[in-house]
Design a binder for this molecule. Sequence first.
Ligand code: CUA
Length: 316
Amino acid sequence: MFWTRSYWLPPQGSAFSNEVDVLYMALFWLSVFFFVGITGAAVYFSWKYRYRPGRVTPHLTHNTPLEIIWTVIPLILCVIIFFWGMDGFMKYAVAPGESMEIQVTAKKWLWQFEYPDGTRSVNEIHVPVNKPVRFVMTSEDVLHDFFVPDMRVKHDIIPGRYTEIWFTPTVIGEHHATCAEYCGKGHSDMQAKVMVDTPEKFADWMATGGDEWMRHTPEEWGKIQWEQKGCQTCHNIDGTKSKGPSWKGIWGEPVKVKASDGKEITVVVDENYVRESMMVPGAKVVDGFDNIMPTFQGLLRENEIRGLVAFIKSLK
Ligand code: CUA
């Protein structure tokens, strides 16, 4: 129908966008109808009842049927608009239970996204087509606002609390997200790419984590992992003892450990030892430390493990 077509709205990218557009266009055409009707009547009556010499204005105080009509019709329209809008708002506000969840952290002036498996990305998100995605959002500093025009979703992001939006992307390709709340001089730089992928391409992206790692040397990439994945909570790199052993100067050196069968053995810190310590931390526990490290099985990609190994190697 001509009146549901959007001639100037962005392309539709989510299962929800058509519904939003239909309501929007209905309100638009309703407004056009009343604007033209009321303005037209005002202009016409101004002309028809203009002053002419000798003309007598009839004395009318009110017209009950007319007053009922102009009260009841707008009332009915308002009630329809309310329930129509509420129906859409309920769908918009409540994400389906099976949604994939992405954590969004807004800060001056970038977007950070985190996937359920710990994958992080900056200013770029990938989502699989035709699967609902829920965004749980918070800010580290001031008010921001996550706006994805193609998906017809937009919500404030508030420091110290969580807000959420969700959508089911339906159109494969690149979409665009932007900050829609003025947040300082970098506000207009707060842009993000929303990539809607085929399931295969999405799985591939999740497995490799995109190509950010290619832009760093393995040592740098390892240091980023040490900071981002929480290694630094227990492992210092300056030689001091923390909840876990320091990483400084351990590469290639012998270390006394207690194996999982309870035997005290001495091993040399090499690639296999480091990798095993991440995946099965209890297999060899360094003397003087408790077996408290969580496993990172499934939380680290090959490029991240290689980076961490290179980082430890570089800590002379
Ligand atoms: Cu963030 Cu504007």
